[in-house]
Write a protein that binds this ligand. Structure first.
Ligand code: TYD
Length: 211
């Protein structure tokens, strides 16, 4: 089973991915928790470049290809081999992030992005995508609070530096995209406490007969 988790900065993706890993491990699954960008050896180098706030002059096109390169390598060397070995994969961000950030956020054409994503994923799509939905004001204030406490996060703050209008487009983009792909998406209100968010995820998984 391949599950992805999406949502804006500060929506709690990493917390929920960790909870999902624990939950499915307890059920007896051999779980691989991974993320994009940075889920492969090459990807970790790309992640440093693409999230460095000092790289203020990356144009939309090169940003796109850095994420796609990260994804192609991640699918080929990490995700697909894990699934072929019978493991379950939980991935923090995947192809939908490209549609939403580079498409709805930066203004690149979603149709073209779908085709390019297809090159990167080579037919491998998640069975379920959990969208943690949160108002952009709330997500940003959580993400910025995290960056002031944690130097490593601050070093990856290129997107947190984007303005509220960008993050509003991202939030709306996620909701529009999820509505277009209803069967694959589970939309969860991420303004609740982490345990409530997780309980809502499990209810959603049960409703979709995935647990
Ligand atoms: P990450 O640390 O995963 O985000 P978060 O702060 O939510 O934990 O950083 C990844 C950033 O990269 C995030 O701001 C979204 C952006 N991104 C894209 O623009 N396109 C993509 O395809 C992916 C995977 C991420």
């Amino acid at each position: 089973m391949f599950i992805t988790v999406e949502g804006m900065e500060g929506c709690g993706k990493s917390t929920q991915c960790a909870k999902l890993e624990e939950y499915f491990t307890r059920l007896g699954f051999d779980v691989l928790r991974t993320r994009e960008p940075g889920g492969s050896a090459l990807g970790r180098e790309l992640r440093r470049i693409v999230l460095d706030p000092q790289n203020t002059d990356i144009c939309s096109g090169s940003e796109l290809f850095l994420y796609l390169a990260d994804r192609a390598q991640h699918v080929a060397t990490v995700i697909r081999p894990a699934l072929e070995n019978g493991r379950m994969v939980i991935c923090d961000r995947f192809a939908d992030s490209t549609i939403v950030y580079q498409g709805y956020g930066r203004g690149l054409d979603p149709g073209m992005l779908c085709q390019l994503n297809e090159v990167a994923v080579a037919g491998l799509w998640p069975v379920l995508t959990i969208l943690l939905d949160l108002a952009p004001e709330q997500g940003l204030s959580r993400a910025l609070a995290r960056n002031t406490q944690d130097k490593a996060c601050a070093a990856e703050g290129r997107f947190e530096a984007e303005n509220l209008a960008f993050h509003t487009r991202v939030r709306q983009g996620y909701l529009t995209w999820a509505a277009l792909h209803r069967p694959r998406f589970l939309i969860i209100d991420a303004a609740q406490e982490p345990d409530q968010v997780f309980a809502a995820i499990i209810r959603g998984l049960e409703e979709k007969n995935l647990v």
